[in-house]
Write a new protein. Structure first.
Length: 88
């Protein structure tokens, strides 16, 4: 049995669900270790359109996590990420 048969891919991702879940957990851990509030880290980690390494680079240079998301976060409507006050 292939891994694709064992773990069906998420719609449109081409990756097994367990693999994507592991990636999201890793991304969230990196963001939390860098000082991102848990709700914001969870949202950014689960978003495929976010360059986690760019966010981490900005924070390493002294940028607050919330500002890093505004600079390098997903392009488009930030409304889906909720009110910035809820990120803490």
């Amino acid at each position: 049995m292939s891994i694709q048969q064992e773990f069906p891919a998420q719609a449109g991702s081409g990756r097994p669900r367990d693999e994507w879940s592991a990636i999201v957990a890793w991304r969230q851990r990196l963001l939390r270790e860098a000082g991102f509030p848990t709700p914001l880290a969870a949202r950014m980690a689960a978003s495929r359109g976010v360059d986690i390494h760019e966010l981490l680079n900005l924070v390493d240079k002294g940028c607050p996590p919330e500002l890093a998301v505004r600079i390098a976060g997903p392009v488009g409507d930030m409304g889906s990420y909720g009110d910035p006050d809820s990120w803490r």
